[in-house]
Write a new protein. Structure first.
Length: 402
């Protein structure tokens, strides 16, 4: 079976998230986006966990449904601890094989931090300590390092991360089944890291609001069950991932936001890692950090039917631009305006889902439904003919298909 999964989402109980991230709304938007499996997000938060227990209906082994959408018990937590002589702050995704297992996980984590303070709690534990605790609770639990290249909170991040999985997890590193790319990197950048050759590279949205669901996702081949999900991760049974253009991510290039300074990795190496305007240290971008840790050069890539392929044996990926963003660019209005949202809903209803329109719909059908200009934008995205203005130091980049 082939299914689309977004396994990094949040609830209204996480900081800086929308109050609209309720179960009914999550299920509705999953259908609009074409997502078959969602993580619950924030199962560590007591109030959200109570809501999940009261409303989810058990379906396949280890999974639940709400209004026809499948859910897996998943949450993001922050590991905050000293390791190797440095203070580390690393975000990870954790998954449990059902509500009862998640309840036991919560009981164990309550000793490490205040779970009620935030849907993404800060825990007094290293990623390795957390992994070992999870496996003691239930050997079927899974830990996936989140947005691994983000400067401050990624496992490979330049500010407080590690230089390798082995440095972080020691001899537990083989228990890491997957890493999440994050918005500022794509699979091709991760293919350059040799230690990830036997690790699944997955992508999810980290959605803090409903429209951002599915902006990155992973299409798995396998059984739609908890055991099937684990097996797909172990065997890299991934049809493809949907990716943000990494240049659009807000940490792709190095720079200093306050001074408006942005540098490519090579410019930063040549000019030094300090801002030429004020002398403060630059925030090293994901592209530069990949160059620092890469064990092989970038490889030539090919694009076929919108899929990007490069390293033999690795699942391909599909760079996309969100449909609402394409509509907004087409009509010259803000992405969150009522008119853009109405047109988005109309088109999604006509084609079945956003993913169906962006990936599978014939361009001619898109032209009939939405006009030649939007159809051309969809075609440009599929062919990779886009304009890019890379992000840096917390500033999102810009991508244009028209």
């Amino acid at each position: 079976m082939r299914y689309a999964a977004d396994l990094h989402v949040h609830s209204p109980h996480s900081r800086a998230t929308s109050s609209q991230l309720t179960l009914p709304n999550l299920a509705q938007w999953a259908k609009l986006k074409g997502i078959d499996l969602l993580a619950t997000g924030d199962f560590t938060h007591p109030a959200w966990f109570a809501e999940l227990r009261d409303n989810l209906v058990e379906s396949a082994e280890g999974l639940y449904t709400y209004d026809g959408v499948s859910f897996v018990l998943g949450s993001e937590v922050a590991c905050v601890a000293g390791q190797g002589g440095r203070n580390r702050r690393v975000h990870v995704l954790i998954f449990a094989p059902g509500l009862d297992a998640a309840e036991r996980v919560n009981a164990a984590l309550a000793n490490l931090g205040d779970l009620a303070s935030d849907g993404r709690p800060a825990l007094r534990a290293s990623p390795r300590q957390l992994l070992e605790l999870l496996l003691e609770v239930d050997e079927r639990c899974v830990l996936i390092p989140a947005h691994v290249w983000t400067p401050w909170f990624g496992l490979y991040g330049s500010k407080s991360g590690f230089d390798s999985l082995a440095e972080c997890f020691g001899d537990d590193a083989p228990r890491i089944l997957a890493v999440e790319t994050g918005l500022s990197s794509d699979p091709a950048m991760n293919w350059r890291i040799a230690e990830l050759d036997d690790v699944a590279i997955v992508s999810f949205s980290d959605a803090h609001s409903l429209p951002r669901l599915g902006r990155e996702l992973t299409v798995f081949d396998g059984d739609l069950s908890y055991r099937g999900l684990l097996e797909s991760l172990r065997t890299q049974s991934i049809a493809y991932t949907v990716e943000f253009y990494p240049e659009e991510g807000k940490y792709h290039h190095s720079g200093h936001r306050k001074c408006g300074v942005r540098m490519t990795p090579w410019e930063a190496v040549r000019q030094g890692e300090r801002c030429p305007e004020c002398g403060r240290k630059l925030t090293l971008g994901v592209a530069q950090r990949v160059e620092e840790l890469a064990s092989r050069p970038a490889r030539a890539q090919t694009r076929e039917a919108g899929l990007v392929r490069g390293q033999t044996g690795r699942p391909p990926f599909r760079p996309l631009i969100a449909l609402q963003q394409l509509i907004a660019e087409n009509v010259g209005r803000g992405v969150n305006t009522k008119g853009v949202r109405a047109e988005y809903l109309r088109l999604v209803c006509e084609f079945g889902s956003e993913l169906a329109l962006l990936v599978h719909a014939p361009v001619g059908d898109v032209a009939l439904a939405a006009g030649e200009r939007l159809a051309q934008a969809v075609e440009n995205v599929r062919r990779g003919r886009v304009g890019l203005d890379p992000g840096y130091d917390g500033v999102y980049g810009r991508v244009s298909a028209l």
